[in-house]
Design a protein around this ligand. Structure first.
Ligand SMILES: [Zn+2]
Length: 476
């Protein structure tokens, strides 16, 4: 299947042309009593496009890939293992996690930081996954009196509003049908219990320590008591009661307490978030102290954090020394490999750096952060042909990766291939849901000129995208 065909298949499910700037497109109305899985997916996609184009989306491939790794392991053991999920981090240091219909699960950086084990994180994800697989949104809407027609766009707005603070949501949904819907979107006690029950099952089947679920909820509840009136959003959307915790404790009481070592990635991801919160100078001294005190935390992760901070502080010499120490402690880890590449790149020994990336990408072909960095290094050292070969190969595995298309467009630009450059940009925009910009790029590609075959393929892509854009605007 060509890239564009796959794009068409996905975009047929998708509808938001101007997610960020121009308000919500008309998605049509749906019957409240029968929200189908496809409609759930569409509503989730709509909300996701909004989040992706906002500043809240944490644009860190390593953090997001890590969440998907844990999430996919859990989904694989659910009653809908083939449902496609997307897990993503939200750049927000308040404690929250939320599920949107159709398989989109967001986790705030604040929540990631207060989890004390991978099993605790898995307990949150498995609860959210279960809201999706049990179709709680559809059931909430159909549970209302009567069968009114409601707009899918309004549902998407209500869902986005529900995960924000009360003040923001009031402002966001005032005067719309969303306001009415939002009141219907509170998870009920029954839904919470069900998500706990199914979530525990997922954890158990996936080999996590189920006792982490009540432990985490208790800690959250305790933390909340200490800061009255400042309840994390998580507690507002998933109320924790002592009854609820007791019921979970009862369920896990007969299960073994598994003492599982956390993956190094769990530590590294959290370290990355800690480092990002601080100025570079503060981060250097924070990790320096942590390493000398040896009182708390994981020294490997702390050294990783120190090197991140040193790079930001432009202390390449020391970063290089610390990297040698870290390398002696960690044999094989994609995140550490990615960091080592950054240290080498900062050291400006181009030949060495490129050879290093070449091997690292071969060892970890699925670690996208490494691929981006390698492509970037090739572009910076004026090797656009090698970059475009690497990117073409990776795009066949990740045909929806907008960052890969953008790098591809830059390599074509350097190669003077204008048609291909605009075509790659068009795909990047199309996958972001921005059909208008995608069409503009295809028009530019056509104008740049090319072979008969290339031009007719662009012509047919254009026709499809224009049809989709027309449909979205209800012109048919
Ligand atoms: Zn819940």
């Amino acid at each position: 299947m060509s890239v564009m065909k796959k794009l068409t298949v996905l975009l047929l499910l998708c509808f938001s042309p101007y997610a960020a700037g121009e308000g919500l497109p008309d998605l049509g109305d749906v019957s409240q009593a029968t929200l189908t899985p496809l409609q759930e997916r569409q509503i989730g996609q709509q909300s996701m496009l909004q989040i992706r184009s906002s500043r809240q989306f944490l644009d860190d491939t390593e953090v997001n890939d890590y969440l998907n790794q844990i999430g996919d392991r859990l989904v694989g053991n659910s009653n809908e293992p083939s449902l496609e999920f997307e897990f993503f981090a939200v750049d927000d240091y308040t404690v929250n996690a939320f599920a949107m219909p159709g398989g989109y699960v967001g986790v705030n950086t604040g929540l990631l930081l207060i989890t004390q084990s991978e099993s605790e994180l898995a307990s949150v994800l498995s609860h959210e996954i279960s809201h999706v697989t049990q179709h709680h949104y559809a059931r909430m809407l159909s549970g209302q009196k009567g069968d009114t027609m409601i707009s899918m766009a309004a549902i998407a707005v209500a869902i986005l509003a529900a995960r924000n603070s009360p003040q923001t949501s009031e402002a966001a949904i005032v005067g719309s049908q969303a306001h009415m819907i939002q009141k219907e979107l509170d998870f009920t006690r029954v839904h919470e219990q069900e998500a706990d029950r199914f979530g525990l099952e997922l954890m158990q089947k996936s080999g996590y320590n189920t006792h982490a679920m009540p432990e985490f909820l208790e800690r959250l509840q305790h933390a909340t008591r200490l800061q009255e009136g400042n309840a994390p959003n998580y507690l507002r959307t998933h109320p924790i009661t002592s009854d609820r915790i007791a019921e979970i404790e009862n369920r896990v009481s007969k299960q073994p307490y598994l003492l599982l070592p956390d993956s190094l990635d769990f530590q590294l991801v959290r370290t990355k978030l800690i480092a990002a919160q601080k100025t570079s100078a503060d981060a250097v001294s924070y990790f320096d102290h942590a390493l000398t005190d040896k009182k708390f935390g994981n020294p490997v992760a702390q050294r990783y954090g120190l090197i991140l901070a040193l790079l930001r502080a432009n202390d390449v010499a020391r970063a290089t020394r610390e990297m040698k120490l870290l390398r002696a402690e960690v044999n094989d880890n994609a995140m550490v490999d990615t960091l080592e590449g950054r240290v080498k790149l900062a050291g400006k020994n181009d030949a060495d750096t490129l050879a290093y990336y070449h091997n690292a990408v071969r060892n970890h072909p699925q670690h996208r952060a490494l691929v981006y960095a390698y492509a970037e290094a090739l572009l910076q050292t004026d090797q656009p042909l090698a970059a475009s070969k690497l990117l073409t190969e990776k795009l066949s595995n990740y045909p929806a990766d907008t960052a890969l298309y953008q790098l591809q467009a830059r390599s074509y630009e350097k190669l003077g291939k204008n048609l291909e450059q605009h075509q790659a940009l068009a795909y990047s925009y199309a996958w972001q849901g921005n059909l208008k910009a995608a069409i503009e790029q295809l028009v530019l590609a056509k104008r740049a000129g090319g072979s008969f075959y290339q031009l007719s393929s662009i012509e047919s892509d254009l026709r499809e995208l224009r049809e989709m854009a027309d449909e979205q605007h209800g012109k048919k």
